[in-house]
Design a binder for this molecule. Structure first.
Ligand code: ATP
Ligand code: MG
Length: 402
């Protein structure tokens, strides 16, 4: 089993007053930490009494990127958040603690991640993968064919919209023929409005009413697609000739959550948006929809249960508290992220990454060639004659707003 507990940039946490001397060897320091956190095995002495001993040391693996200290995990013990945090706080260099197949790996890196990585440095990948960011072990990609839905959390100004913009740009550049975007931009369309003219962008909804209409149309399309899939005997789009993928991007979902001051009529519309989003998350992945659901304030209200349960990819930028972190990614850690663009990416594994930075000017320059007269759909009524599915003759798959 692979379990990665945590890595937080060294120096970002308060320093414990019980730290061992800085000049001590790594091994010696680790033994003190093992003792103080109770991560010890037991051996019998000459008189048959059980005595605590540090875990068995298996050696050091040095590569050009890291130095790994490897220990056997004593039987009956597991890697705890306490041990992990104690190790991270004790060293003034980046360190990652993982457990793999009964071994504890304590991996030291010579340098921390940079605070900014320009988008141009992202290595190109094919398929429906997008770059989440660079980790200390290399680039991490999210594969939407394997994990269709994703949540993105993070307090204001820590990089959610930049991440969404890198995703839109990367997918457009890589999959220009087959990608479709349906964007809810609750900042009044300020962030994504300029891209509505792109062939790949079906619609940018910029207020509650437009969001509701967009989601209602998607729901109808999902119902049509379900009937079509049934007729054809398809169970998952990845096993069909259909090439199109529809991405629903929600930037600032908290704006779709009513509070006690919300007008009752608006409340009703927001309720409908929430239930449609839940339904989309529940059933649409196999039909080729990919939801990227983004929120500043992850709470039980702003992050509907169905959305969270069905989004197996979770990204969090810095959050104000451990409680918010647990709502967003099911564990503490996002409250310690040090700078904008630094994020925790969680699937069944966990990585700390620096998300690539895409400046608005560069995004505009890269996407300019995709702004054309030819749209995938006609916004005001009918779908175009373009077969969006990519499957010949399957015009049931066309997307249009009724
Ligand atoms: N990946 C990144 N690398 C370096 N800096 C970044 C990165 N992402 C964001 N920033 C910095 O943070 C600023 C705010 O980013 P962004 O607009 O994405 O925040 P946000 O989380 O969407 O905030 P809000 O919730 O207020 O909309 C950017 O203008 C940039 O200066
Ligand atoms: Mg934003």
């Amino acid at each position: 089993m692979f379990l990665e507990i945590a890595y937080v940039a060294a120096g970002s946490l308060a320093v414990s007053p019980f730290l061992p001397d800085k000049k001590m060897s790594h091994k010696k320091k680790l033994n003190i930490i093992f003792r103080r956190t109770g991560f010890m095995r037991e051996l019998r002495d000459l008189y048959g009494n059980l005595k605590p001993k540090p875990p068995r040391f298996n050696g050091v693996n040095k590569t050009d990127r890291y130095t790994d200290y490897i220990y056997s995990i004593p039987l009956g013990l597991t890697l705890s958040e306490n041990l992990d945090k104690s190790i991270i706080e004790a060293f003034d260099q980046p360190v990652k603690v993982t457990s793999v197949g009964g071994r504890l790996h304590i991996r030291f890196y010579p340098e921390d991640l940079p605070e900014k990585i320009p988008y141009v440095e992202v290595p190109k990948k094919s398929g429906w993968r997008i770059p989440v960011g660079a980790s200390l072990d290399g680039w991490i990609y999210h594969n939407f064919e394997k994990i269709p839905h994703m949540t993105v959390a993070g307090t204001t100004r820590f990089g959610k919209t930049v991440f969404l913009k890198t995703t839109l740009t990367y997918l457009t550049e890589n999959q220009s023929e087959d990608v479709r975007f349906h964007i809810i931009d609750m900042k009044g369309g300020l962030e994504f409005g300029p891209y509505e003219k792109m062939k790949q962008v079906v619609k940018v909804g910029s207020d509650v009413g437009e969001a509701a209409e967009l989601l209602e149309n998607i729901k109808k399309d999902i119902e049509r697609k379900m009937r079509y899939f049934k007729r054809k005997g398809y169970n998952n789009i990845v096993n069909t000739p259909i090439k199109t993928r529809n991405f629903i991007i929600v930037d600032e979902a908290a704006q779709l959550t009513p509070d006690k001051h919300t007008d009752p009529e608006v409340k009703k519309i927001m309720g409908k948006c929430q239930s449609n989003l839940s339904e989309i998350a529940r059933v649409s992945g196999a039909l080729g929809y990919r939801l990227i659901f983004c929120t500043q304030y992850p709470t039980g209200d702003t992050l509907p249960r169905q959305v969270k349960q069905n989004a197996d990819g979770k990204i969090s930028f810095r959050l104000p508290t451990g409680t918010a972190s647990r709502v967003a990614i099911d564990e503490n850690g996002a409250e310690y992220l040090p700078n904008p663009g630094r994020a925790i990416y969680r699937t069944h594994e966990r990585d700390i990454v620096q998300v690539p930075m895409l400046e608005d000017d560069e995004m505009k320059r890269r996407l300019k060639p995709f702004i054309t007269e030819e749209k995938a759909v006609v916004e005001s009524g009918r779908s175009s004659n373009k077969n969006v599915s990519g499957a010949e003759g399957d015009n049931i798959m066309e997307f249009g707003y009724d």
